[in-house]
Structure formats: structure tokens, C-alpha cells
Design a protein around this ligand. Structure first.
Ligand SMILES: Cc1ncc(COP(=O)(O)O)c(C=O)c1O
Length: 433
């Protein structure tokens, strides 16, 4: 069967201009092993972006594979609406254990977008239910260049024009603060005092903005400002969670406990769609009441808390412990930093930004039509690595389990690919005879 042709004939890919897509040969991934993806021709590629920032312990991890299979022998899916199941309950307890203090309730969904959408709705409804002047807190503060997902609520608190501006007429009102600038956040909060339900922030690093790293102390300052202005704090750890910044959660590094915490991507080790929105007991209690009081949180998807996904998540957390993943990661973060020094020195590179295992290699401003970032992707593919850019920022975010030799090779391939891509985008002008 010609799968490439079936793809061109029938598929519509996410974040993809299909006109360009159908002109290229699609890469069909059929199998995977550890930090490597294997295509239909048997060629291997280092998974340089953890299959969109979610794989943690590698592909076909024995423990996670077994947990999913065992759960499959029990039940693949049952609903969380009116019923519960052991994996969901056990996982909730484990997530509360690893979360910052004060977070005590877990609400499941399936993606990062839904985790943030839910946090926004919870924050809004909580303020409404507080009543009095708090009911006027109907707006949100987000950071410029923020990305919290693709549903209309999460797009409303998004700050990336290329992705979000088309939808402006559909979006609710929000206020943007400058990334990493506490004084600016203070100004925005004080200008809109008593109208803000919550601040939503990606802690330490704004991933989709091109790995924009905040200055140390910013998150702590944001927490203090939220307390001062009586605004809830939502930390979106969809990208930063599960070890990506070097600690289990990024919030830990600044000793910050948000009121609402969003988790997804690495929650199942990159196996199955599962997300969680964690809430403080204060928020949870704000939703308690008799049916007549109408304080119920009317939200819940069909596959919320899917048992297979919860089983994968439990096995993922177990692997963190058994394999001492975070402990072993520290040396790899340092190695990655050392290897990137040479990349930062390249003339083609404007800046390299790194926070743990999250890396953005900025190639500077280029004509969009040159598609420089995309050229790097194609060159890397030829050399045996999968990387995916954000515009002209080449992102590296490998699985935490990647070996040191694979990590070195990944950076080497990336550097060669940047050189080759720039050479093809800017061919030397022919010398006059
Ligand atoms: C910080 C952050 N929040 C939310 C999302 C959306 O997650 P999903 O693609 O699972 O909806 C992403 C995805 O990249 C993200 O980086």
C-alpha cells in the first residue's frame, strides 16, 4: 500500500501549510526504540524533539509497555463521569505528592490545551462564586509570546500573533505583560486591579516562543504580585513538567506553589493523551455546594482520565524513581551545554537559549519565504535526526533517557544541518569571470 499517497490524498496535518506538505515526501515512522525513531525503510533518526516534547524515558520502554498491556487486559476505557477507577485515584495521589504544597485536587483531561482551558474556567468560576466585587474579576493576564494551546480559551491567553491573530474576534479580553519583566507585570496588574481572575504563565521558559528563558527570580516575583493583587496564579507546566528543565517541575526551582497547575505531554512518558489540572483546596472548596447553588464545575470529556493513559502515567512516574532519571539527567544537561557552546559560536547562529533539556537555537531574522528552519529540519533528517523548528529557531528537546553519545551526535547533526541549510538558502554569488 502506498501510505505516502494515502497521506497526500486524505490527511490534513497540524500546524502545516498543506500546499508545501504535498510537494515533499512524507516521512513515515513505523517503529521506534529508545531515543530513536525508525521509518518504513528501516532508517533510524534520533528523536531530537521527544515526539513533540512529550517522550521521557524513550520509546518502547519495557515498564510503560507492560503497564499499558496489563491495563488493556482489565479495561481500556470507562468513564470518570459518575464512576472512578483505581489507576486514576492512585495517579491523583502521586501527582499531589510531587506537586508544590497546597495543590490537593486533580482534574483530568487529554491535552495541554484542555488542561489550560480547564484552569482558566476554574479560575473564572471560582471568582464568580466568591461573589461581591470578586465577580468583576472576569479577565486574565498572560505574557506576550505565550502559548497555552489551541482551544479558544487557551488561544485567548496566547500571545503569538502568527498562530493567534486570526482568531481575535472570537477571543475573550485579556491583558498582556512583557515576558520575564516583573515591573511590567506589576504595572499591568495595578492598571486592571480588581478585574483580573488569574495570571497564566509558563514557568522559567516560554517554549513555543522559541525557548524564551525568564531571568531568575521572575516566577517568584510573579507569585508575590499575584498574592498582593489577590489574583490566582496558573502555572502551565505542560512543556516544562516531568524533568525538562532539570527538576520534576520548573516551579520547584523558585519555590513557587501556584493555585492551579497544568500538566500534560510528559505525564504519560509520551505514550498516551492525558492531562491534569491540579487545584488548591481553597479553589476546590469554592465549588462545593448544594445542587441548587449551581457551583458544579460543568466540564468533562468522554476520555477524561482514560485508564490506559493513567496506567502509562503511573509507570512513567515509577520509571523516574527506579531509573533515577532526574539524578542522571544533570550530567547530560551539562554535556548538552558544553556541546552547544560550539553551536553558539557559529556565524549562522544569533543566540542559543538553554534551560535544562529545553534548547532554542536562534538563527536570527530571515525572509520567511526562505523557510530556513524548515531547511534545517530536512538537512537533519538526511543526517539521521528529527528536529522541528519554531520559525527560524531550531528546537532541541530530546528524551531525558537519551544516551550521551546520541546527545553529542544530535548536536553535531544540528550544527551541520544549520550550516547546510544556510548555504542552500544563501548560495554564494557567482564570481565574475
Ligand atoms: C506550555 C504549553 N501549554 C500548552 C500546550 C498545548 O498542549 P497540547 O498540544 O497537548 O494541547 C503546549 C504545547 O506545546 C505548551 O507548550
Amino acid at each position: 500500500m502506498d501510505h505516502a499517497q494515502l497521506d497526500r490524498d486524505h490527511l490534513w496535518h497540524p500546524f502545516t501549510q498543506q500546499l508545501g506538505w504535498v510537494e515533499e515526501e512524507p516521512l513515515m515512522i513505523e517503529r521506534a526504540e529508545g531515543a530513536q525513531l525508525i521509518d518504513s525503510e528501516g532508517r533510524r533518526y534520533i528523536d531530537g524533539v521527544s515526539s513533540l516534547w512529550c517522550n521521557v524515558h524513550g520509546h518502547r520502554h519495557a515498564g510503560i509497555d507492560a503497564a499499558v498491556r496489563e491495563q488493556l487486559d482489565r479495561v481500556a476505557h470507562s468513564t470518570m463521569l459518575g464512576l472512578s477507577h483505581p489507576c486514576a485515584a492512585e495517579l491523583a495521589a502521586k501527582l499531589i505528592e510531587l506537586a508544590p504544597p497546597g495543590l490537593s485536587r486533580v482534574f483530568y483531561s487529554e491535552s495541554g490545551s484542555t488542561a489550560t482551558e480547564i484552569a482558566l474556567k476554574m479560575a473564572f468560576q471560582f471568582q464568580q462564586q466568591r461573589g461581591g466585587q470578586h465577580a468583576r474579576r472576569t479577565s486574565f493576564v498572560h505574557l506576550r509570546e505565550a502559548y497555552h494551546g489551541d482551544t479558544i480559551g487557551s488561544v485567548s491567553v496566547g500571545g503569538i500573533d502568527l498562530f493567534h491573530s486570526t482568531y481575535r474576534p472570537l477571543l475573550f479580553q485579556t491583558h498582556a505583560a512583557e515576558p520575564g519583566d516583573a515591573a511590567n507585570l506589576e504595572r499591568v496588574l495595578s492598571c486592571h486591579e480588581e478585574q483580573i481572575a488569574a495570571l497564566i504563565v509558563e514557568p522559567l521558559v516560554q517554549g513555543a516562543a522559541g525557548m524564551l528563558v525568564h531571568p531568575p527570580g521572575y516566577l517568584r516575583a510573579a507569585r508575590e504580585l499575584c498574592d498582593r493583587f489577590d489574583v490566582l496564579m496558573i502555572c502551565d507546566e505542560v512543556a516544562t513538567g516531568f524533568g525538562r528543565t532539570g527538576t520534576m517541575l520548573a516551579c520547584e526551582q523558585e519555590g513557587v506553589a501556584p493555585d492551579l497547575l497544568c500538566l500534560a505531554k510528559g505525564l504519560t512518558g509520551g505514550y498516551l493523551p492525558l492531562a491534569a489540572t491540579l487545584a488548591s483546596e481553597r479553589i476546590y472548596e469554592g465549588f462545593l455546594g448544594t445542587p441548587a447553588e449551581q457551583r458544579t464545575f460543568f466540564h468533562g470529556h468522554t476520555y477524561t482520565g482514560n485508564p490506559l493513559a493513567c496506567a502509562a502515567a503511573l509507570a512513567n512516574l515509577e520509571a523516574f524513581e527506579q531509573e533515577r532519571t532526574l539524578e542522571r539527567l544533570q550530567a547530560k544537561i551539562e554535556l548538552l551545554g558544553r556541546e552547544l557552546n560550539a553551536v553558539a559560536a557559529m556565524t549562522e547562529v544569533t543566540e542559543v537559549r538553554q534551560c535544562g533539556f529545553m534548547v532554542g537555537i536562534d538563527l536570527g531574522e530571515h525572509e520567511p519565504a526562505l523557510r530556513l528552519g524548515h531547511r534545517v529540519t530536512l538537512e537533519a533528517r538526511r543526517r539521521g535526526a528529527i528536529v522541528r523548528p519554531l520559525g527560524d529557531v531550531v528546537v532541541l528537546m530530546p528524551p531525558l533517557s537519551i544516551s550521551e553519545s546520541e546527545l553529542r551526535r544530535l548536536v553535531e547533526i544540528t550544527a551541520e544541518s544549520i550550516q547546510a541549510a544556510c548555504a542552500s538558502a544563501y548560495p554564494p554569488v557567482a564570481q565574475a569571470a
